[in-house]
Design a protein around this ligand. Structure first.
Ligand code: ATR
Length: 312
């Protein structure tokens, strides 16, 4: 039977000597859904680029970024464990990377004759002069966009419980505070880390009331930012004796594989609205593509490719 293309699929332009590269660097990285999502987006935009994944050990990160710049890659995404260490390897940091202290998107840029920096993905051709790597963070925006769009929830003035104060939990906590939530309850196995994030928030966003305990009253939203739920044998990331899920209007799990974690299953049974972290992955990638290309990302196409890659 001939291969039938799905409705959303556009065939990529054939690889030629003019094809440009972008890539995700991680360790491990073979599970990444980003190539499927980004190549679908690139094809829909008709860009003669390809998006690859490279396993890069932490010690090699600096050399790989320098090599990609020299080879005039369009840009890079960085995933675990590179996001923090990459900060010091950038020639320039966007406000977003400075604010969140982590880089998940690199855009290579060239200096034009008039001295202005131009993304290499939009370079008209000819020999570019000086090159630089500019670091961005598109993760934080993506968390909020996904919560707002997938749960149809307004964050300003909301009461939120956030589970987890590791790398992902910390950024989510700070971003939720920046969005103007009213009450933020931070719960973490290692209490000292929750206290540390709470102190950071009190300093930067004094109008947000931060607590390091479960609330007595119901909340609008509970977010899981821990890694519990990735493995089938994992315990629930919250203590239901102290906070029954029926007290949360909506539950967002930053995990997207499996599509339904035990937390989300129990939240659904308790009548909560639910969403998983696929939207986060989608929106951070869509923003990266926009930063590289200067075009509007084809979000629907990228979402369909992602769902197909992750859930089959
Ligand atoms: P990431 O970058 O994905 O956030 P991380 O920084 O290692 O990864 O954070 C993992 C989060 O999951 C932390 O909040 C961690 O709690 P601790 O700060 O106490 O380590 C949480 N976590 C991981 N395994 C856990 C477990 N078995 N029980 C409870 N929390 C756990």
């Amino acid at each position: 039977m001939p291969y039938k293309r799905a409705m959303f699929e556009t065939l990529p332009t054939p690889i030629s000597a003019a094809t440009r590269c972008c890539a995700v660097l991680g360790w491990p990285v073979r599970h990444s859904a980003s190539p499927a999502m980004q190549n679908a987006g690139l094809a829909a935009l008709g860009l003669d680029w390809r998006y690859l994944a490279f396993e890069v050990i932490p010690e090699a990160l600096g050399a790989v970024i320098a090599g990609a710049k020299a080879m005039r890659f369009v840009g890079l995404n960085l995933t675990v464990p590179h996001k923090l260490r990459a900060v010091e390897m950038m020639d320039e940091l966007d406000e977003s990377a400075r604010t969140w202290g982590a880089v998940n998107t690199v855009r290579f840029e060239a200096r034009a004759e008039d001295g202005a920096w131009q993304p290499l993905g939009q370079w008209p051709g000819g020999r570019p002069g000086e090159l630089r790597a500019k670091g961005f963070n598109t993760d934080a925006e993506a968390i909020v966009r996904s919560i707002q769009e997938d749960l149809n929830l307004a964050l300003r003035g909301a009461d939120v419980v956030l589970l987890g104060a590791g790398g992902a939990g910390r950024v989510a906590a700070l971003k939720l505070a920046a969005e103007g939530v009213a009450n933020l309850h931070l719960i973490n196995r290692t209490q000292a880390k929750a206290e540390q994030v709470a102190a950071e928030i009190r300093q930067a966003f004094p109008q947000v009331k931060v607590h390091c305990d479960y609330p007595a009253a119901p909340v609008d939203l509970l977010v899981n930012g821990t890694s519990l739920g990735l493995q089938p044998q994992d315990a629930l990331p919250l203590d239901e004796q102290r906070f029954p899920l029926s007290k949360a209007g909506a539950v967002y799990d930053m995990i997207y594989r499996p599509a339904e974690t035990p937390l989300l299953r129990r939240a659904k049974a308790a009548g909560c609205q639910t969403a998983n972290g696929l939207g986060m992955l989608l929106y951070q990638g869509a923003k990266a593509l926009e930063l590289w290309s200067g075009r509007t990302a084809p979000v629907a196409v990228m979402r369909a490719a992602l769902q197909r890659n992750v859930y089959g």
